[in-house]
Design a protein around this ligand. Structure first.
Ligand code: MOS
Length: 731
């Protein structure tokens, strides 16, 4: 690969379209005769609907139809299989029956000629309920019964109990994290259009291939008759991985009415019907020998799930292998509450799990009187103990060193509350971060066209992370074309099958396929050149060189147009298929470390994050700008997790309270640190794939909340084990 384009800090090639408003999102499509749908949402969290009276709403202006459980068409539940690519987290179909499992569940759908008329009429649908007392919190659910273990998630090695009981130093502590709600800028939306038994739908989706197959299963039609499109997505953070009830309701309404229908999920209902991060309660037990070597780790987590589906947070996913330890036990269990079904939210499981583990590690280091960074170094491992395999590429020690150096960690005075800046007490804390490196099967197609441009297509998505740009950079690295002559199309399920934009696996999955397709396209171009009617007829294709967008041979050079025109064809193309297999000799994971300075002003009870230095080891960096952006965004989301985010429920009714952008707190501009330094280590992991790329979307949030909490402890002596950390915890 050419070294100057891979790794370069290139601006997003889709940046102008997005900033100028010309990039169409799911609700920016207006097929002719479009009707608008608006939901009626349950005002109870548990119970059943006893009647739905639509007589007032039906008389409202512009109303076309009102759907509910008595008149909604029969559809099919999908078994939700990742392998079949028809996965959903909530398998219950909208309007299946009159049961209510959570507040804000769809109970009816009004379709009208305008959005405003649909919304107005929705407020005039009269629904009567028989309400039951809802279960509204993890604590309440635990008080009512035992959590249900997820047996397949359990990991055990050695004898953690015996090792614990005989150890020199031990700690045991319980940590909790609240329900958080994904709040991408772009709201969930569907624009669905049926034509001759064929469905085209624009969906705010992180996975058009899954969206297509899921809809095919639900509607019971051939997937070939469905096109799912998501050319632009205003992020998702995991909430747009799978189809939710609104998409099914919208597509069904469009089919029943035989006209296109658009449905935007109101922000309030994004707190109820499109997933959330589950609440967790995690018990961690650690023990070390006299030298501070971990001899026992156990991590038992419980998370909330719905009464409709089981969602397990893999809180122990990093605990299994981050530190060297022979005696480890991980358990994961769930309890049911009357909320919608949880789903993946950025670094699912790991974000909560590393808050608990990396807080506990800090507590352990404190107890044995060792610097927390030194304690982590001492327990470093280059082997995955849960699989008994070496890591394919691990530079965690370098991440510790580089970030600590930049942060000036050696200047830390370990005494609590001893470091000052004006009226503020400074706290310095750190934590490791960790995420599994994954990849999937992928197809891709690249063509070199007679007009001198290249065209790359793959049914993956750019959810705002820079996928368009890194695909173009990959094509450029082989062709030498400037980025502006490379057209990339993603987000269309009719393109070659590509990965979900999730799990931090899109880069590691799509780029090798794009790379191989590009190489094949170049080979095809060379072949065209040497054919009988080609520009270099009779030459050996293997002797031709392709440099800077031109084919060189026999002392001459040819543009694409020269080569293709001679053969009267429009493009030379390559198609590639890469698969998920990466062998069983290594464990593939990404690593990193966060160092955080907070300031606590006890006079005015103000807590701020001042400085963050993070070093991240995710293999080859493809674009230094978009990669750093991912980590910066994740750091910010980690600050939100540490200090702000929590979806609050009214425990009498089970309804969310702060279900809007004003009251659901996330870090604002004024909450930003004075400096955020992201160090990208950039060591290609060629054991993982030939490009050495691993993916960077999620790792940045892992460990971040613990780093903040550890800094808060260093400043205040208050060990806050329940997120978010609030002023009242510190005074
Ligand atoms: Mo990510 S939570 O897999 O979109």
């Amino acid at each position: 690969m050419s070294t100057d384009i891979i790794g370069a800090a290139k601006p997003r090639i889709d940046g102008t379209a997005k900033l100028s408003g010309s990039a169409p999102y799911a609700a920016d499509h207006y097929p002719a005769n479009l009707a608008y749908a608006y939901g009626v949402f349950s005002t109870i969290a548990a119970g059943e609907i006893t009647s739905i009276d639509v007589s007032r709403a039906k008389k409202m202006p512009g109303v076309i139809e009102i759907f509910h459980h008595d008149n909604f068409p029969n559809l099919h539940r999908t078994p939700s299989s990742f392998v079949q690519q028809n996965k959903v987290d909530e398998t219950r179909l909208p309007f299946e029956d009159n049961h209510v499992y959570y507040g804000g569940q769809f109970v009816a759908l009004v379709v009208a000629d305008t959005f405003e008329n649909a919304r107005d009429a929705a407020y005039h649908v009269d629904v009567a309920y028989r309400a039951k007392k809802p279960v509204t919190s993890l604590a309440q659910a635990l008080a009512q019964g035992e959590p249900k273990p997820a047996d397949n998630k359990k990991h055990e090695r050695g004898d953690p109990d015996t090792a614990y009981s005989g150890a020199a130093h031990k700690i045991e502590a319980t940590y909790t994290t609240p329900i958080e709600t994904h709040n991408p800028m772009e709201m969930h939306a569907t624009t669905a259009h049926w034509h001759d038994g064929h469905l085209t739908f624009y969906e705010a989706s992180q996975g058009v291939v899954f969206a297509k197959h899921t809809m095919a299963a639900i509607f019971g039609i051939n997937p070939a008759r469905i096109d799912a499109r998501a050319p632009y997505i205003g992020s998702g953070f995991g909430s747009k991985l799978w189809i939710w009830p609104h998409a099914v309701a919208c597509a069904a309404a469009a089919r029943e009415l035989d006209r296109p229908v658009q449905l935007v999920v109101p922000r309030q209902q994004m707190f109820t019907t499109t997933g959330h991060r589950a609440a967790t309660q995690q018990k961690i037990r650690l023990a070390t020998d006299d030298d501070g070597k971990l001899v026992s780790i156990s991590h038992d987590s419980i998370n909330t799930t719905s009464f409709v589906n089981r969602y397990v947070e893999s809180c122990g996913s990093c605990t299994k292998s981050l530190y060297g330890c022979d005696n480890v036990r991980i358990t994961e269990s769930t309890v049911q509450v009357n909320h919608g079904t949880p789903t993946s939210m950025r670094a699912p499981g790991a974000a909560q799990g590393l808050f608990a583990l990396e807080s506990a590690i800090d507590e352990m280091a404190e107890q044995i009187g060792m610097d927390p960074l030194e304690f982590r170094r001492r327990n470093y491992t280059d082997r995955d103990g849960s699989k008994d395999l070496p890591f394919s590429s691990v530079h965690l020690l370098e991440a510790y060193d580089k970030a600590a150096d930049k942060f000036r960690w050696s200047k830390r005075n370990p005494k609590i509350g001893s470091m000052m800046r004006g009226p503020e007490i400074l706290g310095w804390g750190m934590a490791a971060c960790n995420w599994e490196a994954m990849k999937r099967d992928c197809d891709a197609r690249v063509s070199l066209r007679a007009d001198g441009t290249a065209f790359a297509s793959c049914a993956t998505q750019d959810i705002g992370t820079g996928t368009y740009t890194i695909v173009a950079q990959t094509v450029a690295s082989l062709t030498g074309l400037p980025l502006e002559r490379i057209e990339v199309e993603l987000g269309n399920s009719s393109y070659p099958k590509g990965p979900l934009s999730g799990g931090s696996w899109a880069t590691a999955t799509a780029l090798p396929a794009i790379h191989n397709a590009t190489a094949k396209a170049i080979d095809a171009l060379k072949q065209h050149a040497v054919e009988e009617d080609g520009v270099l007829a009779g030459r050996d294709a293997g002797q031709l060189e392709f440099v800077n967008g031109k084919l060189h041979g026999n002392g001459r050079s040819f543009s694409f147009a020269d080569v293709l025109k001679a053969r009267k064809i429009g493009e030379a193309f390559g198609e590639a298929h890469t698969n998920a297999a990466s062998g069983d000799e290594y464990s593939f994971r990404s690593f990193g470390a966060h160092f955080v300075e907070i300031g606590w002003d006890p006079g005015i009870s103000r807590l701020r994050v001042h400085r963050v230095v993070s070093a991240i080891d995710v293999g080859q960096i493809v674009n230094a700008k978009t990669a750093a952006n991912q980590v910066e965004g994740a750091i910010d989301m980690g600050i939100g997790m540490a200090l702000f985010e929590q979806t609050e429920y009214d425990h009498r009714t089970g309804m969310p309270i702060n279900n809007n952008y004003a009251e659901y707190l996330v870090p604002t501009h004024l909450d930003q640190p004075e400096s955020v330094d992201v160090i990208l280590l950039d060591h290609p992991d060629t054991k993982f794939n030939e490009l050495g790329v691993r993916g960077i979307g999620e790792i940045g949030i892992t460990g971040m909340a613990a780093a903040v909490a550890n800094a808060v402890y260093h400043a205040t002596g208050k060990r806050v084990r329940d997120l978010p950390i609030r002023i009242e915890d510190l005074i």
